[in-house]
Design a protein around this ligand. Sequence first.
Ligand code: UDP
Length: 278
Amino acid sequence: MPTLTKYKRVLRLTPRTLKYNRILLKLSGEALMGQQQYGIDAERLMQYAEEIKAVAATGTQVAVVIGGGNIFRGVQAEAFGLDRVQGDYMGMLATVINSMALQSALEKLGIPTRLLSGVTIQRVCEPYIRRRALRHLEKGRVVIFGAGIGSPYFTTDSAASLRAIEIEADVVLKGTRVDGIYTADPEKDPTAVRYSEITFDEVMEKNLNVMDMTAFTLCKENNLPIIVFDMNKEGNLQRLIEGETVGTRVSMLGSTTSATLDAKHSSLQPTTEHPLTN
Ligand code: UDP
């Protein structure tokens, strides 16, 4: 029966040993700049593609949301004398440019990908349709979500949370240039220490900066864990997929009793490395 054959193929792609069956990886546009002041750094792009390839090879289903801050952000619109909504659409198009670059880099490495956009651009990508996204993932294709959620006044962090919930991802992996969430801004405060785990409630109580509030609330309300980690450290993404503790994990766990909360506080891990790697 053809359907059964297809189903078996999907099962083969998702072995039980994997920590996560399906992930959503959020990359910021700024990270793509590497050492540059603007645009895409070719070396950094290929590095990310290699990292994604290694994870996809394990059978983990990978969806990616990439930002556009290396090209344009809606908030810059005012400086250009543009209205905000126009600026946001420009930002969304910037994310499509980055997504296309990542798609090409992955294809160069032999990884099948599909780019699904929240804004219809039919010559270059498919429109975002949830069921199509799921089908692509089941077939082992890396799915890139471009153009955020397709609406102004949102960010790609919100798109990452929303798409992750829609596709029932197990976790949002927020790849940044910082290796986790700190008690204070590690760039300004040398005494800042990194959390290995923290609850959604603690993040809110302490007013820590993980994602914008819309994105964060979506994850909290849907019990979707977030892991903030350093994407620029080689192999970090794969280590995470293999279940190693990398970066900071934000989840509901531990928020039920104050005793658990206290235990969490004592698990603060001072970091020995400089938190910023680029
Ligand atoms: N944007 C938007 N709606 C979305 C996603 C993005 O309007 O759903 C616009 C917004 O102007 C944003 C820009 O696209 O500033 C680029 O995205 P973002 O700032 O999230 O990129 P990152 O900071 O991750 O590079």
